[in-house]
Design a protein around this ligand. Sequence first.
Ligand code: 48H
Ligand code: FE2
Length: 261
Amino acid sequence: MSLDEIKISRAILDRYFQKLSDCLDLDVAVVGGGPSGLMAALKLAEAGYKVAVFERKLSIGGGMWGGGMMFNEIVVQEEGARILKELGVPAEPYDDGYYTADAVCCMTTLTSKACLAGVKVFNLISVEDVMVRENRVTGLVINWTAVEMASLHVDPLAVRAKYVVEATGHDCEVLRVIERKLGGGLFTETGKIIGEKSLWAEMAETTTLENTKEAFPGVFVTGMAANATFGSFRMGPIFGGMLLSGEKVASLIEERLKQGK
Ligand code: 48H
Ligand code: FE2
């Protein structure tokens, strides 16, 4: 068989557009491929739902790749170690209740598990807006990151989803666009994004889970975005809360989907 460059090109185009077209109508659309978003996507795909992750960057993984200050190890507590164990990532006991894990091993394993469970990951795509019907988010508005970076005036495409997971990290971009366009209406005290507070690892890890919930009809917030939305602390390079938050958001959405809501 001789290699035909055109066939190679056609294979890529055919398969990609098949994949994207199949994901235009989803059970759950996850925005952001960091630890919390990928964990949520993995759990929902394992439960049999149709899930896609949209990630702005070339590589997924968000802030986990770099560990703390580019030292690529992460720290988790007991419950986080439980998740790592389930994923098959070695978590080494460090001291009373502290465990460490290789950040790259963690992220590659999580990514691989998610893909093998059926999650479709679309990197290089940014979510620039949402669709809203009767005060409920019903989908995403997506565009190439390259379009965003070059500030080109190119109109986007749309993806329908029964639920959206806001997993964009510190900037909570999905909820920010809702806040801006609807002038509020979020399930926070003020109806707006409260904003992230300074570093307090213990408080932040606890509140991440409390703040993992629906933040606007149809949009569940997870990970760092949950604390930023509801006005809690940052935690530094401890990642158990991110994984646990992803797990929790998946189970909250699963409950809703089971009720057919
Ligand atoms: C598509 C987007 C968009 C968009 C952003 O930042 P992340 O790693 O988020 P989490 O919440 O899973 O994890 C947070 C963690 O990494 C962290 O920063 C911690 C624990 N910080 C503590 C501290 O004290 O600083 O991932 C978010 C992902 C990134 O990959 C972005 O590129 C992506 O979302 N993203 N993708 N469309 N509009 N906005
Ligand atoms: Fe961070």
